[in-house]
Design a protein around this ligand. Structure first.
Ligand code: APR
Length: 230
């Protein structure tokens, strides 16, 4: 009997209890920074130092935080299920907790890439990317992040994955950002969707969804125990 497939769609809320700020909560990142100043290609061309520093500070923090109970609960799920994680997050906490299959829709904070050849992607050594750090073709390295307005190349494989889900678990995302938020529309009719979030999230477009109004740590652990004991 092959294992049932669980597809997880995670957002910033899954890392909140690790101490990483979300974007749209009060006190969130987009309250402190203007997206147009730090998270677009135009910002990178206009003020490279500011954008470089914005990602350096977030990367530096990433070395100081740990996965939380939610990340570890998803690893436990792998005992009985084929767990495929699709994350909007650029942190590596799912991987550090031990999740085997993690797909990053919006890039990865610990990676950098060539400004002239997007296929040249490198693990950054340490937290600081500096002006003058160049790729093998001599161009300035940039954060390996999908900025607003840039294409999201992982959407087709992510949509394909969602179309094979027996269960989908959505954790810690306001479902505000497209195309990531559209992925829930690709699951088969028989797929049961769970959504874990302490706040109200608009789920009107998700038929039959089970909403768990909890923080990720508690809510994910409870759901995983339920699924492992069904
Ligand atoms: N546990 C679970 N969910 C939480 C917690 C928590 N402890 N704390 C906050 N949340 C929820 C919030 O209620 C909200 O629904 O996490 C969600 C965070 O939403 P956003 O800040 O919008 O983050 P996200 O949905 O991941 O943003 C998507 O937007 O800025 C871009 O590229 C960036 O990947 C990001 C994308």
């Amino acid at each position: 009997m092959s294992k049932k497939r669980i597809v997880v769609l995670s957002g910033a809320g899954v890392s909140a209890e690790s101490g990483i700020s979300t974007f749209r909560d009060s006190g969130g990142l987009w309250e402190k920074y203007d997206i147009m100043e730090v998270a677009t290609f135009e910002a990178w061309t206009r003020n490279q130092a500011l954008v470089m520093d914005f990602y350096n500070q977030r990367r530096k923090q990433l070395y100081e935080v740990e996965p939380n109970a939610a990340h570890y609960a998803l690893v436990k799920l792998e005992e009985q299920f084929d767990v495929q994680i699709i994350t909007q997050n650029v942190d590596d906490l799912h991987e550090r907790a031990g999740s085997k299959n993690v797909m990053h829709l919006h890039g990865e904070l610990k990676k950098v890439r060539s400004s002239v050849d997007e296929d040249l992607v490198y693990e950054l050594d340490g937290w600081e990317l500096k002006k003058g750090d160049t790729c093998e073709k001599g161009s300035q390295l940039r954060p390996h992040i999908v900025w607003f307005g840039e294409p999201v190349p992982m959407i087709p494989p992510a949509a394909e994955l969602c179309s094979t889900a027996d269960i989908m678990i959505i954790i810690g995302t306001s479902l505000n950002v497209y195309p990531a938020a559209s992925l829930v529309g690709y699951v088969p009719d028989y797929c049961h969707v769970y959504l874990i979030d302490p706040a109200e999230v608009n789920v009107a477009h998700i038929p039959g969804v089970t909403v768990i109004r909890e923080k990720a740590g508690k809510g994910t652990a409870e759901l995983v125990n339920k699924l492992l004991n069904e």
